[in-house]
Design a protein around this ligand. Structure first.
Ligand SMILES: CC(C)(COP(=O)(O)OP(=O)(O)OC[C@H]1O[C@@H](n2cnc3c(N)ncnc32)[C@H](O)[C@@H]1OP(=O)(O)O)[C@@H](O)C(=O)NCCC(=O)NCCS
Length: 174
């Protein structure tokens, strides 16, 4: 499959709908990222504050070649003890999944973080049933490091989560 043309860019005001949907629309985040209703006002406050660029968690829009927003990626650094260990995540609208965009976007994010921060290790956690994210991370060059049992509470029960990591020294594989 040829790689889709994808870019990461800062949010524009018109893109805020993506985050509003993430906060208020279960159908947008299902099956793995719906954890209950959140205040859309919090989205607006972060937008006014720093456009999601200066504080954790950071967010960038995933856009197709024509600039149209299809989802977002995020990253954050643990507050204590995890200096240089950046966690990443991605969410695409349901209608944009399964076309290689998530893999391309996460690959771009890794390149961006290694190029613009002193990140030593980039990692992601994903539920043991989330095959799309597992395959996507592996295609980006992440290595499965372990299984956290009962680590995520979603849709009424505790679920296992795999941890994937990548070191700066190792970098991405094609
Ligand atoms: C996870 C996500 C970012 C992956 O992005 P994507 O664009 O849908 O995935 P891709 O098209 O790049 O596919 C990556 C691989 O997973 C496979 N895949 C895609 N959807 C799949 C599914 N539902 N079940 C099993 N495999 C799947 C693809 O076939 C591909 O593998 P291949 O190249 O060997 O064929 C995206 O599906 C998404 O936003 N999901 C909802 C939110 C989420 O789960 N985020 C991760 C939270 S930890």
């Amino acid at each position: 499959m040829s790689r889709p043309a994808v870019q990461l860019r800062p949010f524009r005001e018109a893109d805020l709908d993506l985050l509003y949907r993430g906060a208020t629309d279960p159908a947008f985040s299902t099956p793995f990222e719906w954890f209950g209703f959140k205040s859309p006002d919090a989205v607006r406050r972060r937008w006014d504050e720093d456009g999601f660029l200066d504080k954790d968690p950071h967010y960038l829009v995933v856009a197709e070649d024509d600039g149209g927003a299809v989802g977002y990626v995020m990253w954050r650094e643990p507050e204590r003890g995890g200096f240089g260990n950046w966690e990443i995540g991605a969410l695409l609208g349901p209608e944009h999944r399964g076309r290689g965009i998530g893999t391309a976007a996460q690959r771009l994010l890794v390149e961006h973080l290694f190029a613009t921060t002193t990140a030593h290790r980039i990692w992601a956690g994903t539920e043991s049933e989330n095959l799309a994210e597992q395959k996507s991370l592996e295609k980006c060059g992440f290595r499965r490091e372990g299984l956290l049992r009962g680590a995520v509470f979603r849709d009424g029960r505790w679920r296992d989560s795999f941890i994937y990591g990548m070191l700066r020294e190792t970098g991405t594989r094609p």
